[in-house]
Design a protein. Structure first.
Length: 77
């Protein structure tokens, strides 16, 4: 059920992936080019990137899990 729902975000939110990206793509571009996240900027300068909700979610989830792992390691040492 979750995979099926993720495949059709407009069914849950009323907004398609393309509509969401059209609405928020400028914000993402401003964050990347704003200078506050130089590593993120470097990554996107060197790799072709076509943002979509799945890749943005995956990227964010990966950073969250990395942070949790670092904290667990830090408190268990």
């Amino acid at each position: 059920m979750a995979m099926e729902s993720a495949a059709h975000p407009a069914d849950d939110t009323g907004v398609s992936n393309d509509a969401w990206m059209a609405r928020n793509g400028g914000r993402f571009a401003a964050i990347v080019s704003g200078g506050g996240y130089p590593v993120l900027t470097t990554v996107f300068e060197h790799e072709p990137f076509e943002p979509d909700l799945d890749s943005l979610f995956g990227f964010g989830l990966g950073r969250l899990v990395d942070g949790i792992a670092a904290r667990v390691h830090e408190t268990s040492a």
